[in-house]
Design a protein around this ligand. Structure first.
Ligand code: NOJ
Length: 573
């Protein structure tokens, strides 16, 4: 084993994505909160996390669960107070855990005071210039200014004051409650500088920056060219050349980086970071453009998240991020799950999960094929065992360590995702991966999610938990020796012992049919994507003197040269 390597913490970190609304509820109202997080920091530390990425917890009317921010300088009242937030930062630090926040630059809430002021101020005003207000088309302006579609379905424009002379329209790339900011406006530019200063002063170490693909628009807002019939309703926005990945966006990111760098110059002890969120799968040129040294430190690599369970596809998914690392030194930000995507246990448990073509348009999530969740959980463990070894940061989404499956049986009238409403129910949306976590097997406290109120009552969890949810709870899994939770904890330890002390490089290794091999320094990782145990060729020079140090299905490994089906082994050589 080699000595720990000095590098910026975020280049090779384990980050726990925490969806606050669904994590832990300390006051029995059925909604997760900051005190709930504080009470469960030990759980996050037990996974070996270096940081928490907190999904948005700013004041918000919650039309898109926090991605509609009404005030960037406070905490949402259902979640707690700024004082409680400060305590969380301090206590997390005691566990050696940093806090990253979620920054939403593309839009505010319709309840933001600037948007209200814009509505009151009228056409041509400085207040309206902070957003995209335009006159409609047609004699009475009753047609939208262009044909752009919202990423949540339906038109990207909403008209205000329809019956008055001021019948202007405003642009919203997402829901109508999320008006888009115009980042060419100096007030908007200054707002984000102020946001950085405010949260960095409170001890926040960086930001996950939301939906960077849609920030910056073609200045003329031209009509989108016709799209082919194969483009899904939720994808139209992302093939709009006047919205997606515009050069104008990069001007905003350079300003963001300048703000973060300026803070670090004044506080040299801090190592701040920003990770960009956009779906740029198999588009390495986009990742490179966003991670130029004057922009983001990292950008999510969603390639492995969207890959089918198949050797060539998994190898292909690692190829671009690793090539970028080699070429530019920018370490990938790997992830297998997030709050927008069907959970991996369900995706990889699909009967058609091995179909190589199924990565396109996230077909695995859309597939209606049957699901074997035991198989999916096993493959999820194997896939996690791959990314824990790779160079770069990895982002775990809460509940992944419990092997949670996607929840489908949510009644229509309990669905909260605006996608469901805006598509008239054609798309069920993302609620199924956001169901409140089970902490124990006690259904009367929403499986330990809620601490009862002083009178003993417990509010309904904001999204219903399915029957039997307690079988996935932390308490239950702690009692099962080789549960997914224990495997994740072992992975956290193995990562420190064998992976993060290696160089920030990795290379594919060919070990045989159905086997994915990756070498990182003296660590060799092998994933068996087949349904059979496979004998490893120990005469292969790659495996010379190999010592088995981790297995995702340890009870099935009799001899180190046999890799169980749908599983991963780590060797040091
Ligand atoms: C991406 C976020 O991850 C998603 O949850 C949100 O709905 C959109 N951006 C809009 O902010």
């Amino acid at each position: 084993m080699t000595e720990p390597i000095q590098r910026p913490w975020w280049q090779d970190a384990l980050i726990y994505q925490l969806y606050i609304r669904s994590f832990a509820d300390s006051n029995g109202d059925g909604i997760g909160d900051i005190e709930g997080i504080r009470s469960r920091l030990g759980h996050i530390a037990s996974l070996g996390a270096d940081a928490i990425w907190l999904n948005p917890c700013y004041p918000s009317p919650q039309h898109d669960h926090g991605y509609d921010v009404a005030n960037y300088f406070d905490i949402h009242d259902e979640y707690g107070t700024l004082d409680e937030f400060d305590q969380l930062v301090a206590e997390a630090r005691d566990h050696n855990i940093k806090i990253l926040m979620d920054l939403v630059p593309g839009h505010s809430s319709q309840d933001h005071r600037w948007f209200r002021a814009a509505l009151a101020a009228g056409p041509g005003s400085a207040e309206r210039d902070r957003y995209y207000f335009r006159d409609g088309k047609g004699a009475d302006g009753s047609k939208p200014p262009n044909n752009w579609q919202s990423a949540f379905g339906g038109p990207a424009w909403t008209r205000i004051n329809e019956d008055s002379d001021d019948g202007q329209w405003y642009l919203h790339t997402f829901a109508r409650e999320q008006p888009d900011f115009d980042h060419t406006n100096v007030d908007v530019q200054q707002l984000f500088v102020d946001i950085f200063e405010f949260w960095f002063d409170r001890g926040v170490e960086g930001f996950r920056v939301d939906a960077v693909a849609g920030v910056g628009k073609h200045p003329d807002l031209p009509d989108q060219p016709p799209v082919g019939p194969d483009v899904g309703v939720l994808d139209i926005t992302w093939v709009n050349p006047y919205i997606a990945f515009r050069p104008e966006g990069h001007e905003a990111w350079r300003r963001f980086r300048t703000a973060a760098d300026s803070y670090m110059q004044r506080h040299p002890e801090r190592e701040l970071m920003m990770v960009a969120e956009a779906y740029a799968v198999r588009r390495p040129e986009i990742i490179k453009a966003f991670t130029e040294p004057d922009q983001f430190h990292q950008m999510f690599s969603f390639d492995l998240m969207l890959t089918p369970w198949e050797k060539a596809s998994i190898e292909r998914a690692m190829q671009d991020p690793l090539a970028i690392l080699e070429e530019t030194g920018v370490a990938p930000a790997w992830t297998l799950n997030n709050h927008d995507i069907q959970r991996i246990v369900t995706r990889l448990g699909r009967e058609d999960a091995h179909r190589p073509e199924s990565w396109t348009n996230n077909n695995l999530a859309l597939s209606r094929a049957g699901v074997d969740t035991d198989l999916g959980e096993r493959r999820a463990r194997a896939m996690a065992s791959l990314i824990f070894a790779l160079p770069g940061s990895l982002y775990l989404y809460q509940g992944e360590e419990l092997g949670l499956p996607e929840v489908f049986d949510i009644p229509d009238d309990r669905r909260e995702d605006p996608v469901f409403e805006r598509t008239g129910g054609a798309e069920i949306g993302r609620d199924g991966c956001r169901v409140p976590l089970p902490w124990d097997d006690d259904a009367s406290s929403s499986y330990g999610f809620s601490v009862p109120r002083p009178n003993g009552s417990v509010g309904e969890p904001w999204l219903p938990q399915p029957a039997g949810w307690g079988a996935h709870s932390v308490a239950t899994l702690e009692g099962i020796p080789l549960s997914t939770l224990h495997i994740y904890r072992k992975l956290g330890e193995a990562r420190t012992a064998y992976a993060t002390n290696q160089p920030l490089t990795a290379d594919p290794v060919e070990l045989g049919a159905g086997l994915v091999g990756v070498r990182r320094g003296s660590l060799l990782v092998v994933v068996n994507t087949t349904t059979e145990a496979v004998a490893l060729d120990m005469n292969n020079p790659e495996l010379a003197d190999a010592q088995l140090v981790f297995a995702s299905e340890p009870d099935e490994v009799d001899t180190p040269d046999m890799i169980p089906p749908n599983s991963t082994l780590w060797f040091t050589t």
